[in-house]
Design a binder for this molecule. Structure first.
Ligand SMILES: [Zn+2]
Length: 313
């Protein structure tokens, strides 16, 4: 598939896969792809992807062959068709029901399982996006074994993109939860907040779940008002980031502040403040010894503040 989308600045974005959703119900094609020696499988154990040591001691995604995948699988192993890249089908298998197969099993001595967040920036960016997809879908299957409509057991369908209740015929689909995350802007200053449990000096963009029946713009304005008391006018879109904990889509925005007075009325934030471009720039460039600490590049909040100071030249 030829990529035509502009590059997204966020980790877990820019997946190279063609999800080929028309293949999900094609059992014959799936069986052939599953048996194909070129196909790649990602074992996921307790929501952690399998990793191998690559060049310069860095982690790499531990894709395995169908032969090794079959050695790991048991009846009922959750198997997800992720998509196709360069004519190679990619699958994920959930091996959580067995003891760590990398410690003492089919994968012993080949690699390890590790939390995706800790290695996301180390591995290939395309693999990080694919592993986020795998983690979110497997997590959803683990938590949706029973029908929300009638309570009976559900079964996997469409190569992992659906669960069906055979008692009441309800179909259940993996969900994605939209979260707005934004910088309110007022001239040369942006609004950041902190929670009491965060490390000293650590501030980030305000954020919150979009509620049913709400637009993105309304959610941005409501969250900023609720958390800081600042009123918002125009809302501008920046970028989105899949965030597989377990299934959020972070929607990064800028919002024009109409007021500047901060009123902390909720318990959510312990502080919210306006920071100047210079303060943000000094912190990102690690100049001097700023008291401020900002989220790492993995977080879309980092990309929001970085783009904002870059826009100013
Ligand atoms: Zn049901």
């Amino acid at each position: 598939m030829t990529r035509v989308l502009p590059r997204n600045p966020n980790v877990f974005a820019n997946s190279p896969l063609d999800r080929a959703s028309h293949r999900r119900a094609d059992k014959e094609w799936l069986a052939a792809a599953f048996a194909d020696k070129r196909s790649l499988f990602m074992p996921v154990w307790k929501l952690m992807p399998f990793l191998i040591k690559g060049r310069e001691g860095k982690h790499e995604a531990g894709w395995i062959t169908s032969e090794l995948a079959l050695a790991l699988m048991r009846p009922g192993t959750t198997t997800i068709f992720l998509g196709i890249n360069n004519d190679v089908a990619h699958f994920a298998i959930d091996v959580s029901s067995m003891p760590d197969p990398a410690a003492d099993g089919a994968l012993a001595g080949l690699g390890t399982f590790a939390d995706l967040r800790t290695i996301a920036e180390e591995i290939d960016a395309g693999d990080a996006a694919i592993l986020a997809q795998a983690k979110s879908v497997i997590d959803w299957h683990q938590r949706h074994g029973f029908c929300a409509n009638c309570g009976n057991a559900t079964v996997l369908a469409d190569a992992g993109y659906k669960r069906v209740c055979e008692a009441c015929n309800t179909e259940h689909f993996p969900r994605t939860d939209p979260v707005v995350i934004m910088l309110a802007l007022n001239g040369d200053a942006c609004l950041l907040g902190r929670q009491a449990k965060w490390p000293a000096g650590f501030y980030s963009a305000l954020a919150g779940f979009v509620e049913p029946g709400e637009t993105i713009e309304e959610a941005v304005a409501r969250e900023i008002l609720e958390e800081s008391g600042v009123k918002i006018g125009e809302v501008l879109f920046h970028s989105t980031q899949p965030w597989p904990y377990p299934s959020s889509l972070m929607i990064g925005c800028y919002a024009r502040a109409l007021t500047t007075e901060i009123k902390l009325e909720q318990d959510e934030l312990s502080d919210a403040r306006w920071f100047t471009r210079n303060e943000i720039r000094d912190t990102l460039m690690k100049r001097g010894t700023p008291d401020l600490r900002l989220p790492p590049p993995l977080a879309i909040a980092h990309q929001l503040v970085k783009s904002w100071i870059e826009q100013a030249g």
